[in-house]
Design a binder for this molecule. Structure first.
Ligand SMILES: Cc1ncc(COP(=O)(O)O)c(C=O)c1O
Length: 364
């Protein structure tokens, strides 16, 4: 069956091979007589699924031995509270504002911290630039520095992680990598904690990934729920409470699929190729526009606008007819957004650009 190309920002497309494998194993996982959804998380079958998922992810993202991988629940927004409850010591924290998601993180952190310093903000230019880290004013003694490394709505991405040590800070860097996890390698030497919901690049909604340096465990505030205390979760191999078993299983299949493709280095190569094709076409056109500065354009989420917005509905209807789904922009910014995560093949972006060109020619 020919499937349409799905440009959703999340929950997003999953590689067809992963869906096919899950379908084949749905009623009877490896002769167990059970679906993965029906297994006890304490049974040997699920433990083997969990261990394989964790090992594959460690290999895929080259996670160093002094980092723990936690499979949690609560999503990215849940982590906006869980991170300060675990890391802030109720003191001051620093936040870099680059778009809607970091703004949400700032608001939530303020509930748990004595102070939330805005290190720098790109709000004045409508979240279309990336303030150079060399000019950041980091707070003295802040418990951590929070950065959203890919702003899913505004399409702003960090193409290298800030080096806080070089900026004179010992604070751990916390990254929200929800919408570009596994699309490129991570420089763990610069990171204290990374979190992300699975529903964009890793699998179904319901699973939240946390990768945390061991020395950051064990500092949760007394008000932190036990199920969200990173140390308790780590000490119990993510099974203090029932983990999102189905999400872990599908993410595990996705990790193996990514490894078979050549890992994150190969994904990065493909993602650059796809992004160049799409941005290149938008920039060459008088009909469409992307407003993000060239040095921080997201390879995953490409917001774009028709210069004549009265044609938006016709554009979306024509796209749907051609099997190009879920291109409508986020309601807070309008326009269009093409999310071109790992599961989107180059052919999907070629089909999108082909349609955009056809639509432009028809209407100019
Ligand atoms: C960068 C980023 N952070 C956080 C979130 C919130 O994630 P969730 O809906 O899983 O809480 C999203 C969701 O789109 C996101 O893109």
């Amino acid at each position: 069956m020919e499937r349409p190309y799905n440009f959703s920002a999340g929950p997003a497309a999953i590689p067809p091979e992963v869906l096919q494998q899950a379908a084949a194993e749905m009623l009877d996982w490896h002769g167990s007589g059970m679906s993965v959804m029906e297994m006890s998380h304490r049974g040997k079958e699920f433990i083997s699924i969990y261990e394989q998922a964790e090992a594959s992810l460690r290999e895929l993202l080259a996670v160093p031995a002094n980092f723990r991988i936690l499979f949690m629940q609560g999503g990215g927004l849940g982590e906006n509270a869980i991170v300060p409850m675990n890391l802030s010591r109720a003191a001051a924290v620093d936040i870099v504002i680059t778009g809607s998601w970091s703004q949400k993180s700032r608001k939530e952190a303020a509930k748990y911290c004595s102070q939330v310093n805005t290190v720098v903000s790109n709000e004045a230019d409508g979240h279309t630039s990336l303030p150079d880290p060399a000019g950041w004013q980091l707070g003295i003694g802040s418990s951590y520095v929070h950065v959203c490394t890919n702003e899913t709505i505004h399409g702003v991405e960090f193409h290298s992680l800030p080096d806080l040590k070089a900026l004179g800070s010992d604070a751990p860097l916390v990254i929200d990598f929800s919408s570009h996890v596994a699309s490129r390698p991570v420089d763990w030497s610069r990171v204290g904690l990374a979190f992300g919901g699975a529903q964009k690049n890793l699998g179904p909604a319901g699973l939240t990934l946390v990768i945390v340096r061991e020395d950051l465990l064990g500092h949760a505030l007394p008000i932190c729920p036990s199920a969200f205390d990173y140390k308790i979760v780590a000490d119990n191999q993510s099974m203090y409470n029932t983990p999102p078993t189905w999400g872990i299983y599908i993410a595990g299949l996705t990790f193996q699929w990514l490894l078979r493709q050549g890992g994150v280095a190969e994904m990065e190569r493909r993602n650059i190729e796809k992004a160049q094709l799409l941005y290149g076409y938008i920039d060459s056109s008088q009909f469409y526009v992307n407003k993000v500065a060239a040095n921080c354009r997201s390879r995953m989420n490409v917001p774009f606008f028709l210069r004549d917005e009265s044609r938006n509905e016709a554009f979306l209807a024509g796209a749907r007819e051609r099997g190009l789904l879920q291109l409508k922009g986020h309601k807070s910014v309008g326009g269009m957004r093409a999310s071109i995560y790992n599961a989107m093949p180059l052919a999907g972006v070629q089909a999108l650009v082909g349609y955009m060109r056809e639509f432009e020619q028809k209407h100019t």
